[in-house]
Structure formats: C-alpha cells, structure tokens
Design a protein around this ligand. Structure first.
Ligand code: SAM
Length: 263
C-alpha cells in the first residue's frame, strides 16, 4: 500500500477511534481492558534486559542467508540480510511487544503460540512475564531461527520451544502438543488465505478465555479483508482494532461488538 494511502487510512482510523481513557466504551470488559491494561505503561525488570538485547541486534552487521517465506510487513526482500536490518524492520516495537506481555500477564495465560518468531524479541516478552508458561514459537527461515535461539539462550529464556519450518506444518504440530490454547500471536505471512487458514486451525483449540492477536491488520487490502472476515466469524465476540494489531475475544458472555482504540 502506498505511503500516502496508509496515512489517509490511519487518519480516518484516528478520527473514528476511541481514546485510551475509555470514554464512550460501554462494554465493562473492554472498558477495564483499555483503561487498566492497554493504557497502562508500567516497566518490568525483564523489559530492560530484552531491550538491551534488541539494541545489540540493531548494531549487528553480520549478514545471513534468508529463506523467504510468505509475506510480511518488512520492506526488505533480498536473499541476504543483515541482522540489524531484520531487527529494524521485522520486529514489533517495544511499546507493542510490552502490551502483548501485559495481556499475557493480566489474563495469566500459560499456553501460548507465536506464529512468526524472527529474532525472538517479542517471544521473550511473551515468555518472561510468567516463566512457568509454555510458549511455542514458529519460524520458517533456518538462519533467522538460529539467531532467535541465541536470543533465548543469552536472555536465559527457558520456557520457549522454537519450531523451524513452514507454518502449514509446524502450526498443526504445535497445536497438537498443547493441552489448550490461551493466546496466539499471528505475526507472519500477512496474506488473506494463510491468515484465515491459521485462524481456522487455531479455532479448533480455543476456549472461552482465549485471545488471538493479529498483527498488521491494516497492512494491505488483503489483510483488511482477512480482519473483516475474522471479526464477522460467528464464534468471535468482542474485537479491538488498535490499528497496528487486532485483538479477538471469544467470551460467550460478551455481546458481539467491535471497537477501535487509538493506542
Ligand atoms: C514479522 S516477523 C515476526 C516478528 C516477531 N513476532 C517479533 O515481533 O519479534 C515474521 C517471521 O515469520 C516468518 N515467516 C513468514 N511466513 C512464513 C511461513 N509461511 N512459514 C514459516 N515462517 C514464515 C518470517 O521468516 C519472519 O521471520
């Protein structure tokens, strides 16, 4: 999508969205979530260690061989990439990664899947909020996977299982190995069909309190169509569009409602 179209799109979103103070949000569940978790910006000790590691990756000029898989929001699509380039363009920024961590902590999720590991920075945010939780993270490019593993080793993150391979294969295996599915972060292969496929695979193991988070829901027309289909799915209840990502809740006690929040 052209940059000017993106700006117009974001402007329209901004005008129509509600703020983080929660004015005009009539669902008590969503109001509390927005005002107490999404808005909150507290710092944890482990955040500092992860961000220090990210800084190191941002300075790392080593070049690795990329196995291109799917489509992403990253601007670079060559066969070789420096680690600093990946760190600069493919990872969730700290504010968004910390929000994911707060969500996992708040709902005390313990069975987590991340679809799209990259260098493992967001994975660490998901795993370190509760070292007893089980995180399975999926990455297709073997060289990127190796760097992610060094991230986990150097930050001594032990509750992450990294599965390397095409999502189509690894996602099914990951789900089979999980007693239940509390939280899924969909952050790879941002296209219509794969996104809907991964969504449908994960739906099989969701429960009433499961949360799905989709990255880059406005990244392209395809992703916007995927997001629209997800929000209208009969099993989906409340959704929260934060523009950069979308939250999907299945709680039967909620009335079906869609919220747009400026994050
Ligand atoms: C946007 S990055 C993930 C960023 C990470 N979640 C973070 O915030 O730090 C997406 C990753 O998914 C991987 N990927 C994309 N499509 C894939 C596919 N079909 N199978 C396996 N891996 C894939 C890419 O190699 C890339 O490293």
């Amino acid at each position: 999508m052209h940059i000017s179209n993106r700006l117009i799109k974001y402007f329209k979103f901004y005008i129509g969205a509600k703020g983080l103070r929660g004015y005009g949000i009539h669902s008590p569940f969503v109001f509390n979530l927005v005002t107490q978790i999404i808005r909150k910006n507290k710092s944890e000790l482990f955040y500092k260690k992860i961000e220090k590691h990210r800084k190191g990756l941002l300075k790392n000029k080593s070049v690795i061989q990329i196995t291109e898989m799917g489509s992403g929001s990253c601007k670079y699509s060559g066969k070789q990439r420096s680690i600093k380039n990946i760190a600069a363009h493919s990872l969730k920024p700290k504010r968004q990664a910390q929000l994911l961590s707060r969500l996992v902590g708040h709902f005390q999720y313990s069975h987590i899947i991340e679809i799209g590991t990259s260098l493992g920075i967001t994975t660490c945010y998901l795993a370190q909020v509760n070292p007893k939780c089980q995180v399975i993270t999926l990455e297709g490019c073997p060289e990127i996977s190796k760097i992610a593993q060094t991230t986990f080793d150097s930050l001594q993150v032990k509750n992450v299982q990294l599965m390397t391979g095409e999502f189509k294969q690894t996602l099914n295996k990951a789900i089979e190995g999980m007693a239940r599915l509390d939280f899924v972060f969909f952050d790879g292969n941002h296209r219509y069909e794969p996104t809907l496929d991964y969504f449908n695979i994960c739906l099989n193991k969701k429960h009433n309190n499961t949360l799905f988070v989709f990255d880059d829901i406005h990244h392209s027309l395809e992703m916007e169509k995927a997001w629209e289909d997800i929000t209208t799915h009969p099993e989906v209840k409340a959704t929260i569009d934060l523009y950069f990502m979308g939250l999907v809740f299945f709680k039967k006690e909620l009335t079906k409602q869609h919220f747009k929040i400026r994050f």
